[in-house]
Design a protein around this ligand. Structure first.
Ligand SMILES: *[C@@H]1O[C@H](CO)[C@@H](O)[C@H](O)[C@H]1NC(C)=O
Ligand SMILES: *[C@@H]1O[C@H](CO)[C@@H](O)[C@H](O)[C@H]1NC(C)=O
Ligand SMILES: *[C@@H]1O[C@H](CO)[C@@H](O)[C@H](O)[C@H]1NC(C)=O
Ligand SMILES: *[C@@H]1O[C@H](CO)[C@@H](O)[C@H](O)[C@H]1NC(C)=O
Ligand SMILES: *[C@@H]1O[C@H](CO)[C@@H](O)[C@H](O)[C@H]1NC(C)=O
Ligand SMILES: *[C@@H]1O[C@H](CO)[C@@H](O)[C@H](O)[C@H]1NC(C)=O
Ligand SMILES: [Ca+2]
Ligand SMILES: [Ca+2]
Length: 937
């Protein structure tokens, strides 16, 4: 699937002779499009620079600036979905500023709030850099979305464009610089002439280059005398003299004639911001922040019971080591390894590494000791893993004991739902033949329990099914084999084609459609199924005891069976005979998949929809937002909400939004657990037909009659008390509702245990959290607040992530001091060389010096460390005279990025340091209908 679609986009453009490739969905550009353009631009350049550094070819055609084509150029097909997820999250957090912080002027550069607006941006930038340093990429993405909003709004809401500026205001991302000539006392606008606001900014304001913004208020029609308004239907101030506004939000806005110019600078400014983050993080980590990495882009995440009873089981270390070795260097190599031990009463810490050898060392250092009584802290370990692993990860939990911390069950379910994580339980020993429960039962019931329904494993199988994973019950001897079968499939680009749970079991036939993009088709059956019959599209069958494996290679371990199938395109069928509970899951590898979220519509000043971050409302209608990944030209034709343990389903009405996005409207949302099934078409390789595909969500979903909302600041300063206010609403009966708040870092918190609600009423509460003083800057905490209706019939939740950030005081980029610059480049350049020695120093320490531009070799050595941690790094650089210029990039401890240019052609004694100037290799040509991005070679 590499880049065929990218080339077909290209040939279409060439064949039709179109001069412009229209990227914008509507005639106006919105925040999402601006953000995506900037991300794609910087991503392409980052991939190019990595490819060049590694001596690889880099092919990218500028006309194909789409997610799929950029991913293809980056040679990271396995990262398509995670890149898409990262972009969506950034876009959503950006858009949400208009919903949650509409009246906070600083987030929109309204009301001449220049300093406050910049503070939002630069404070956020510090958090992004600190988070990236600790690999907290999700926190970085969320913050990035939030601060791109004011940054982009500046170009629409201020008069920067009207002042004739053609490049972004670099000082918006740099603390302590001059944003512009600001004069709060001076009148800036006059009335528009009828509907014509083209010249409403006062001439002297333009002449004197005074920077101003519009004023906005949705309620009051007042503003300081003589000031410009934002303008538009919801801005009451624009009826107040001077009448009319100056915003460039769309082509039809008061200054809509400058919309394209504003959007272009907003893209360039976002590119600058991203380049600054890239400089601080380095190319590889910058791409990881955007969900792009080498290998599978999946985490291999193990949560392991280390209590004494697990002594034999730690033999799983050996299997794991061998799985890691087989995947090393392949596209299926995990890009992150996570280990969470749990014991009793201790659990954690969570450790992450990108180095498989480090992970193996951790595994081999695990000891099985302690644990006290039989149940262990398994859900606490799982909770840590769920909050610490990237969304959509697969977690393997190994234990032989029940959970002691059952009170975390609802929290774990909500985290599974939120992160769409798959959890597999590898259960041994006591679950097959529970000696302890035997003792507890005084020797009664001395028989093999039906594994799937044994009470001890029921919690685990319920959680597994909820997440779309397996609860595999094997003997200790079989554990290695089971682990190897199931982790084998935790490959890159794994998609779910069908999944169902039947408890109690019943005889049932399941059919599913396999498309031509699917590789490594595998069926998992968990539970004691008596018989299966698999039938291929051409009618060939294979059953449990078929003498030959004509269709599938079958492996059986414990209660788990895997069928590996040669994926013939067409409709397959599998008949299962069983009265025991079972689950079936059909998976494959494919680039084509979908993302989905329930959305909520808004009316008023910020129209549109926002993603719901908890359960959708029960009983009523609902809308899903779907994004097709891995195909720019594909389409979604059918979306259904399918009962997870039954055959009922609700079909949605489709609405195409463009850009690979679709809305599916449902008249009713099922009242039981359900999954989302999507059918659609993509271009076929053969061109003779279209390619019909089917995909399903793995995580089960549930509706709720309760709603819970919370809006709070998202930065915690260590050692201070942090308040999280929340509101709970019941759409139905009232009563005494139970509240539970949990966080994954064991921070001390307090919250009301219960809230009393009237029928259809609401109530407010507050959770207080405090991060210990020694919490590292850049770490984060995930808080889950749950509300449970009386009797536990219904629950809903809200999950929030907060960054822990110490106040940053260093805004100064590292400084360069030239020590030596010498060489004679007067001869044939290929025969001569030059050298440079520079001392780089910074109050927060110099953490990295790289060559940003130049083709020589660099050596660095720390030469002095001051009392406050400030260090001086001596940099020696040597290059051929054919490469006479160099630009050094230097990063300090808090992520300030400086760059120092030197050239053998001009031989100054010291070189001035320029901060924050980022060189965009792209320039944009705007054509009236759309835009083309042109890249310099
Ligand atoms: C595990 O046990 C070994 C030997 O008994 C000991 O040296 C090591 O420190 C232990 N490791 C941990 C993490 O407890
Ligand atoms: C997946 O399929 C490819 C061929 O399409 C094959 O080379 C590879 O070994 C398979 N992987 C697994 C885990 O079966
Ligand atoms: C399984 O079903 C097939 C087809 O219905 C039948 O031929 C076979 O004998 C059955 N096997 C068992 C073990 O029941
Ligand atoms: C969904 O329900 C809401 C309120 O119950 C109603 O206002 C709205 O029109 C419904 N939407 C659709 C598409 O049926
Ligand atoms: C609500 O329930 C909690 C225990 O779950 C109890 O402590 C509290 O007193 C109850 N409140 C009311 C008003 O009944
Ligand atoms: C909850 O708080 C919101 C604003 O924070 C307020 O508007 C609302 O009236 C409060 N509701 C209750 C029941 O106190
Ligand atoms: Ca134990
Ligand atoms: Ca510094």
């Amino acid at each position: 699937m590499r880049s065929s679609e990218c080339w077909s986009v290209l040939s279409f453009v060439l064949l039709t002779g179109a001069a412009a490739f229209k990227i914008s969905r509507g005639p106006s550009m919105d925040h999402s499009e601006i953000t995506q353009m900037a991300i794609l631009d910087v991503t392409v350049r980052t991939c190019r620079s990595l490819a060049e550094a590694e001596g690889r070819d880099f092919v990218f055609h500028p006309l194909s600036l789409t997610v799929t084509c950029v991913i293809a150029a980056c040679d990271a097909a396995e990262s398509t979905k995670s890149f898409q997820i990262a972009i969506k999250l950034i876009q959503r957090k950006n858009k949400r500023v208009d919903i949650r912080r509409l009246f906070n002027a600083a987030y929109h550069f309204d009301d001449e709030t220049f300093e406050d607006g910049r503070k939002v941006i630069t404070d956020g930038l510090a958090i992004i850099k600190a988070s990236n340093k600790l690999d907290n990429f999700k926190a970085a993405r969320e913050k990035l979305g939030e601060i791109t909003h004011p940054l982009q709004d500046f170009y629409s809401h201020s008069n920067w464009i009207e002042l004739g500026k053609e490049i972004p205001n670099n000082n918006l991302i740099t603390v302590g610089t001059n944003i512009g000539n600001i004069d709060l006392a001076r009148p800036t606008c006059q009335n528009c002439v009828g509907n014509d606001c083209t010249n409403n900014i006062l001439e002297d304001i333009i002449r004197d280059q005074i920077l101003t913004t519009g004023y906005f208020d949705a309620i009051l029609s007042s503003k300081p005398a003589g000031k410009c308004s934002h303008g538009g239907r919801f801005d009451q101030t624009s009826d107040d003299e001077p009448i009319g506004g100056i915003n460039k939000d769309s082509l039809t806005a008061n200054h809509g004639h400058l919309h394209n110019a504003a959007a272009r600078l907003a893209i360039d400014a976002t590119i600058q911001l991203l380049d600054d983050i890239r400089g601080a993080a380095g190319d590889t980590d910058f791409l990881r922040m955007l969900g792009i990495s080498k290998g599978s882009n999946k985490a291999l995440c193990f949560v392991i019971d280390t209590t004494g009873s697990m002594a034999d089981i730690l033999a799983v270390k050996a299997v794991t080591a061998s799985i890691i070795d087989t995947k090393a260097g392949t596209r299926d190599e995990p890009s992150l390894y996570i280990l969470v031990p749990f014991n009793d009463p201790d659990f954690g810490p969570l450790r992450r590494t990108t180095d498989p050898n480090v992970f193996k060392t951790w595994l081999s250092a695990l000891n099985a000791t302690g644990g006290g009584d039989f149940p262990e802290m398994s859900l606490s370990g799982l909770q840590l893993a769920l909050t610490g692993a990237p969304p959509g990860s697969e977690i393997f939990l190994f234990t032989d004991a029940t959970a002691k911390d059952i009170y975390l069950k609802d929290t774990v379910i909500t985290l599974i739902e939120q992160t769409k994580t798959v959890v597999n339980f590898m259960l041994t020993g006591s679950f097959r033949f529970s000696f302890r429960s035997l003792l507890a039962n005084n020797g009664h019931n001395m028989s093999w329990t039906n594994q799937m329904s044994s009470p001890e494993s029921q919690l685990y199988s319920e959680l597994a099914h909820y997440s779309g994973g397996q609860a595999i019950e094997v003997s200790k001897d079989e554990l290695s084999e089971a682990t190897s079968i199931i982790t084998e499939s935790s490959a890159a680009s794994l998609v779910t084609i069908l999944q169902a749970v039947r408890s109690p079991g019943k005889d049932e036939s399941f059919s599913f459609s396999v498309d031509e993009s699917v590789r490594n088709l595998t069926i998992y059956i968990t539970g004691n199924v008596l018989n299966f019959t698999l039938t291929s599209p051409s009618g060939v069958s294979q059953s449990t005891n078929s003498p030959n494996e004509s269709l599938a290679t079958v492996k059986v371990v414990g209660n788990f069976r895997s069928l590996q199938i040669n994926p013939t395109v067409g409709i397959w069928e599998i008949m299962l005979l069983s009265t025991n509970p079972y689950s079936i899951k059909v998976i494959g590898q494919s680039g084509i998949d979908f993302l989905f979220d329930f959305v909520q519509f808004f009316q008023g000043a910020s129209e549109g929809f926002d993603v719901l971050e908890n359960r959708p409302g029960a009983g009523g209608n609902g809308t899903l937002l779907l994004t097709l990944t891995g195909s720019d030209s594909g389409t979604v034709t059918d979306v259904s909400l399918v009962e997870a343990s039954g055959s009922g389903e609700v079909n949605g009405r489709m609405e195409t939004l463009g850009g690979g996005e679709f809305l599916a409207h449902f008249d009713t949302i099922p009242s039981v657990e359900f999954v989302v099934r999507v059918k659609g078409k993509t271009d076929s390789r053969s061109k003779a037909s279209t390619n019909d595909f089917q995909r399903q969500s793995t995580t089960q979903l549930k509706a709720s009659t309760l709603a819970i909302t919370s809006v709070s600041e998202n930065i915690i300063v260590p050692g201070t008390l942090f308040l999280v206010p929340f509101s709970v609403m019941t759409g139905d009966v009232g009563g005494n509702f139970t509240i539970q708040a949990t966080n994954d870092r064991d921070f001390i918190s307090s919250f009301p245990d219960s809230l009393v609600l009237a029928d259809g009423g609401s109530a407010n509460g507050t959770v207080t959290l405090s991060a210990p003083l020694n919490t590292p800057s850049g770490s984060d905490v995930t808080l889950t607040i749950q509300v449970e209706a009386p009797g536990g019939a219904d629950t809903n939740y809200i999950v929030q992530r907060f960054s822990i950030v110490n106040t940053v005081t260093d805004f100064q980029a590292p400084a360069c001091r030239l020590i030596r610059l010498r060489g004679d480049c007067s001869l044939n350049c290929s025969l001569s060389a030059w050298e440079l020695v520079v001392d780089v120093s910074d109050q927060s320490g110099v953490v990295r010096v790289d060559i940003k531009r130049g083709n020589g070799t660099l050596n660095t050595a720390v030469v002095a460390v001051g009392s406050g941690g400030e260090n001086t790094t001596r940099v020696s650089y040597a290059a051929s005279c054919c490469s006479p210029d160099v630009e050094l990039l230097a990063v300090d401890g808090v992520g300030n990025v400086g760059s120092c240019p030197f050239s053998i052609n001009d031989n100054p004694s010291t070189a001035a340091l320029s901060t924050g100037t980022t060189l965009s290799l792209s320039y944009l040509i705007w054509v009236s209908l759309g835009l083309i991005l042109v890249y310099q070679a």
